[in-house]
Ligand binder design. Sequence first.
Ligand SMILES: [Cu+2]
Length: 146
Amino acid sequence: MRIFLLVVLVSILPACWYDDEAKVNEIAIVNAVMPAMPPGQTMASIYFSLENNTSEALVVNHLKAPISDHIEVHRNFYEEGMMKMRSVSHLSIAAGSKLRFEPGGYHLMVFGIAEPLKQGDQFPLTIEFEGGKSATALVEVKSLSL
Ligand SMILES: [Cu+2]
């Protein structure tokens, strides 16, 4: 009888672990990086992939990081041959899709950074969505030439 119970437990446990992992990855912020900042600079961009593995569209509601209380979604565009950027007030990520935040496209813009961040620095980024869901990941500061 004891042996039988043990066998049952061992076969159930891996299934539970797998379930937990699937829940953690419902919404994922992948490969989040910020270019290292030159002295005197107070704003910077953040790039990453945002994966929506839920069955509903996600609408970005609020962006949080301890380095700033002012973070916006931006998008680059061309106008008269010049690369410009504008603030995006409504951003929706379709169910089961992935959105890349990358140079020349969508990015997060962080304002009012007190101390320029250096290569190797890290900080947490939280994206809150309408309806109460959220995702958090560590942003790594890297020397990137973009
Ligand atoms: Cu920008």
